[in-house]
Design a protein around this ligand. Sequence first.
Ligand SMILES: Cc1ncc(C[n+]2csc(CCOP(=O)(O)OP(=O)(O)O)c2C)c(N)n1
Length: 364
Amino acid sequence: MDQFDSVVQLLDSNGSVVANSQFTSTLSQSELLGFYRDMVLVRTLDEQATALQRQGELGLWAPLLGQEAAQIGSARAMQKQDFAFSTYREHGVAWCRGVDPVDMLRFWRGTMHQGWDANHYRDYGYQIIIGAHALHATGYAMGAQLAGRVGSGEAEKDQAVMAYFGDGAMSEGDVNEAFVFAASYQAPVVFFCQNNQWAISEPTRRQSRTPLAQRAVGFGIPGIRVDGNDVIACYEVTEHALHRARSGQGPTLIEAVTYRMGAHTTSDDPTKYQLFSDVELWRERDPIKRLKIYLQTKGILSAELETQLAGEASALAQRMRDECRELPDPKPSSMFDHVYADTDINLEKQRAEVEAILIQSMEN
Ligand SMILES: Cc1ncc(C[n+]2csc(CCOP(=O)(O)OP(=O)(O)O)c2C)c(N)n1
């Protein structure tokens, strides 16, 4: 079993390439430009959603500021047939899986009853209950295994599952139980822990005496620590772990070491517990800045492309502002939508009952 002791980094905070004995970048120029575009647009999306919440248009928002590389690098390593189980902060993963930014806002504006249309957004779902989805992901992965969609050698058939969660979730029973099942059954699941240093105001150092990735060893799972602000390294280690999973070699735990540059959610004031000097230190390690320097130095990112991307970002921001305010209220009975894949007679009875009560209340 391969273990990786040090933090995997392929691009340092100055945008310089770092040699690594186990991983090298396999990415083309256009893929790197694509990652840069993703990160810039996802940061725009995040800034806009934060502003919309401040203007009273959203009930809440969980910012991802600083975690763009961890999310884009890992999610872009997934293949179409893979499935992501994620938390409330993974807007970058949602973006990569094709979720429209305005649809992300529906959840936070309260204009949906939480159920995604599984036919539309097949492989993505927000999760508020910390750690619970690590078990869902493992169960789903065991299902894929039982269905013969692992280790067949067919590129478009073999499937892996990503479970995204934070450092705080590593202290939850659910996550540790998921590790036991995933290891025992060699399930095709990649546990992707974004160690953003904080579980609301609780620092990681108080919750764990060892680097989180090292805990994997006790479960019989390989653990990899990666620089979570290095999009290239995040892509490569995730690609490696997903390949292992799809080919039947079992689970991996990835700890992406990063920093939450913003508030836990818009209802939190991080200045009460984060040191200004720490925030400044991590600002220097900004994931977008380092890729930008690299791309500019290599002559891949021209001024013209930058202007084009700025235009794209401003159009996205405008669309979010316009369409957020227009989001329709859901029908109360739509809470019954998307509960089961097939029609369920008992659920339909309940839907009819609710609709009858609503009609009656309107008549009175
Ligand atoms: C089971 C459960 N317990 C407690 C909470 C309250 N809660 C919401 S976010 C959070 C901290 C999570 O921290 P972490 O796992 O590091 O993820 P991050 O928010 O930093 O992305 C807690 C305790 C919850 N949502 N679910």
